[in-house]
Design a protein around this ligand. Structure first.
Ligand code: GLU
Length: 430
């Protein structure tokens, strides 16, 4: 080991750049080198930030003071109102603002002393954050036939082995990487188990507004005393690079909010002032933002459906996404044929796919799946979001895209799906 390596904290030494950001930088580099790359690696919203929110940012560009550690009080109030309108009984003082929900998750893991429990597959950064802090990560297996969703039975079975162990469970829906969501009855059943075992539940609802039917329901309604709801501007407001995340806490977990604020005060101080002022406008909502959301959902629903159909027809195991912009296909029907080509892991699969077809996606192993399981995440975001929003028809029949518009907007996505299909065909018919 080289001298500099030896001086790196053990918890960090074997980690590399987060998979999502790594594939983004690699795709950008390959594009710069002149290759046609289908950028389906990083899960970035393709849509522009809504006009009123841009205007609010412009009007507040002069804001230059450090703001309160927990966030601007008018923004905290606006976020609380937003959650109250969605069934969560919170006030402004229950809200914590941070530079991205990712940073807030890191702070939560840092201050909460207990195991991290996550379903597999789960988003790429939950587990590395726990590793950096030195927490145990406990994975709960889910199953492809259930669209990789956590069941109350699986959660209960897991908790039974050590009922009193303090644990933080993260539930993310619509899910990254699968696009799956839960019905009200399923949420109620999970909430009951969480209540029984006194779980601290972090409900990561960053894709909630992107439920394709606009029917997202927060589990906080059914487990109010133990649920923290995570949200932010990155996905539904198209503003990932603005870095603004929010946590809404129940009164009973105020001690966690306060402890996180202490660490925030010693690390990032406060979130960018102009961005917080602009975020007030985003969380206030209103007709224009509602229209933007209806259009976003219509586009994502239609394109997700198109992608799903092509893969499904090609013999790939995949569930149709219910929200967000991800698919999590399982290529195992092609396992033997791929093995003959020397492809036996999801990393090898994604590497060969990128080299041969220019389609950049992320291996299932980055989401906690076993290395030799041939799963991967497709972020179907490589299209012109502004053009797509402009093509949505929104009338008394609801928001939708014509077939012609889907074909036009989704041309590159369609091409990428066909390249995956042809790559599999070249490898051999299952
Ligand atoms: N959440 C997005 C993803 O899973 C991108 C941002 C990130 O990972 O930090 O691709």
């Amino acid at each position: 080991m080289s001298a500099p390596q030896r001086h790196i904290n053990l918890n960090v030494r074997n980690l590399s750049l987060s998979a999502t950001l790594g594939i983004n930088e690699r795709s950008a580099q390959l594009s710069r080198e002149g290759r046609k790359i289908f950028r389906l690696g990083l899960g970035q919203s393709p849509f522009p930030v809504p006009d009123p929110v841009i205007a609010a940012l412009r009007e507040n560009a002069h804001e230059r003071d450090y703001l309160p550690v927990k966030g601007l009080s008018t923004l905290r109030d606006a976020v609380a109102t937003y959650h109250r309108e969605r069934g969560m009984a919170v006030e402004g003082e229950d809200i914590l603002i941070g530079p991205g929900s990712k940073e807030l998750m890191f702070l939560l893991q840092l201050v909460y002393y207990g195991d991290l429990v996550i379903p597999t597959p789960s988003w790429v950064s939950y587990a590395p954050q726990a590793h950096i802090i030195g927490r145990n990560v406990r994975w709960i297996k889910t199953h492809a036939h259930n669209a990789w969703r956590l069941t109350p039975e699986e959660l209960a079975q897991f908790c039974q082995s050590d009922p009193d162990c303090p644990r933080l469970v993260i539930l993310n829906y619509p899910a990254n990487p699968t696009g799956a969501t839960y019905s009200v009855d399923e949420l109620k059943a999970i909430a009951e188990v969480a209540h029984q075992y006194g779980i601290v539940l972090l409900s990561d609802e960053i894709y909630g507004e992107l439920n394709h039917r606009g029917e997202h329901v927060s589990i906080a309604e059914f487990y109010p005393e133990g649920t923290i709801v995570s949200n932010g501007l990155s996905k539904w407001c198209g503003a990932g690079g603005w870095r603004l995340g929010t946590f809404a806490f129940p009164r009973s977990l105020r001690w966690l909010l306060d402890a996180m604020a202490v660490v925030a005060s010693e690390t990032f101080t406060s979130t960018s002032a102009p961005i917080q002022f602009a975020a007030i406008r985003a969380f206030q909502g209103g007709a224009e933002i509602e229209r933007y959301l209806r259009a976003s959902r219509a586009v994502l629903g239609a394109l997700g459906d198109m992608y799903y159909r092509i893969l499904h027809k090609a013999g790939v195991h995949v569930a149709k996404p219910a929200g967000g912009f991800y698919l999590f296909p399982d290529f195992s029907p092609f396992q033997d044929a791929l093995a003959r080509r020397g492809i036996t892991t999801s990393v090898q699969f994604c590497e060969a796919l990128l080299q041969e077809t220019g389609v950049a996606i992320l291996p299932g192993s980055a989401f906690g799946r076993p290395p030799n399981e041939l799963t991967a995440r497709i972020a179907y975001v490589d299209f012109d979001g502004a053009e797509a929003l402009g093509k949505v028809v929104d009338d008394e029949r609801g928001a939708r895209l014509t077939k012609k518009a889907v074909d036009r907007i989704g041309a590159d996505l369609n091409e990428s799906a066909r390249r995956i299909r042809d790559f599999l065909r070249r490898s051999g018919v299952p």
